[in-house]
Design a protein around this ligand. Structure first.
Ligand SMILES: Cc1cc2nc3c(=O)[nH]c(=O)nc-3n(C[C@H](O)[C@H](O)[C@H](O)COP(=O)(O)OP(=O)(O)OC[C@H]3O[C@@H](n4cnc5c(N)ncnc54)[C@H](O)[C@@H]3O)c2cc1C
Ligand code: FES
Length: 264
């Protein structure tokens, strides 16, 4: 079997339910990877799911899994002390070295915040390379907020703005109830020297990108992560094509001008 198709058994160190349907696994795996890359997590007899790295740490890896079907449900039933079977890392991540000296803008919606957390941790490990970072994260409800235990630390280091679609109530990190797109619309953001990372549901991306272009951003300042249905994850089956590119191999991270018009 080719090495890139081999499964690696990794020990599960901890498991944290972030929201009623989303769980984060920390695993004992020291693998070199770029933020934005992903693995395939395999459940014998059920199948495999592509899942992004949601951490950047030389000592361990974290994966955040939203339960949406059979495989993700079976993954969510794995327990600390047990074994997770992964293959990868796959795909092209964010070329972080190209962004040195820039100010970074993170815009995430729902479980799209998970891969962005991996970039944030990369920035925290290479703090001197970047001017700073602004985080705009939107969730459907307070229950859906991911990584609640990190919000204080993020707020102390970066500009943090959390939006909640409905019933935000009194919440120390949020603006009034509304979509993250509204927050972007009203934010005073100077595009000069900024790089934007966008990850979230297609509707969020489709609404946010025109707002950023109106504010004067150029398409080559915007980086998106494209989730496509994937099988092989190695550029062989053709399941994941976007604009003649393989989302699994040439992506999942793309500069917006490479795939514009097909974020859905
Ligand atoms: C590169 C990449 C990175 C990903 N990272 C994460 C992650 O970090 N965390 C996470 O929870 N999920 C992530 N996903 C999505 C995850 O792979 C799917 O949700 C999972 O494979 C669904 O498997 P299932 O058998 O549980 O559900 P299924 O029964 O296969 O699907 C349930 C529902 O989810 C939809 N769906 C399935 N796969 C995808 C997909 N790839 N894109 C969009 N919709 C899909 C189906 O159309 C269906 O409506 C990622 C996908 C890709 C391609
Ligand atoms: S998933 Fe097979 S080519 Fe991309």
């Amino acid at each position: 079997m080719n090495n890139y198709l081999k499964h690696t058994p990794v020990k599960i160190l901890s498991k944290t339910w972030e929201s009623p349907d989303t769980v984060t696994f920390k695993v004992d795996w020291q693998v070199q990877h770029d933020p934005g890359q992903f693995v395939n997590i395999s459940i014998p007899g059920k199948g495999e799911s592509p899942i992004s790295f949601c951490s950047w740490n030389p000592d361990y890896c974290e994966f955040n899994v939203r339960v949406v079907g059979n495989v993700t449900e079976a993954i969510s039933e794995l327990e600390p002390g047990g074994t997770m079977h992964v293959r990868g890392p796959y795909g092209r991540g964010y070329p972080m070295r190209c962004f040195k000296g820039n100010h970074l803008l993170f815009i995430g919606g729902g479980c799209g915040v998970a891969p962005l957390k991996g970039i944030i941790e990369y920035v925290q490990h290479h703090r001197e390379d970047f001017e700073g970072a602004d985080l705009y994260f939107g969730y459907r409800s307070r229950d859906d907020i991911l990584f609640k235990h990190l919000l204080d630390a993020w707020k102390s280091e970066f500009f943090l703005h959390v939006t909640i679609d409905r019933d935000a109530g009194e919440f120390q990190y949020s603006c009034p109830t509304g979509f993250v797109t509204e927050a972007i619309k009203h934010a005073q953001i100077d595009p000069n020297g900024k790089i934007v990372f966008l990850c979230g549901p297609p509707v969020m991306m489709d609404k946010t990108i025109p707002l950023l272009l109106e504010k004067g951003f150029h398409e080559d300042q915007l980086w998106v992560s494209a989730e496509r249905h994937m099988k092989c994850c190695t550029g062989k089956c053709g399941h994941c094509m976007i604009n003649g590119k393989y989302a699994c191999k040439d992506g999942p991270v793309f500069r917006y001008d490479e795939i514009k018009g097909v974020t859905e």
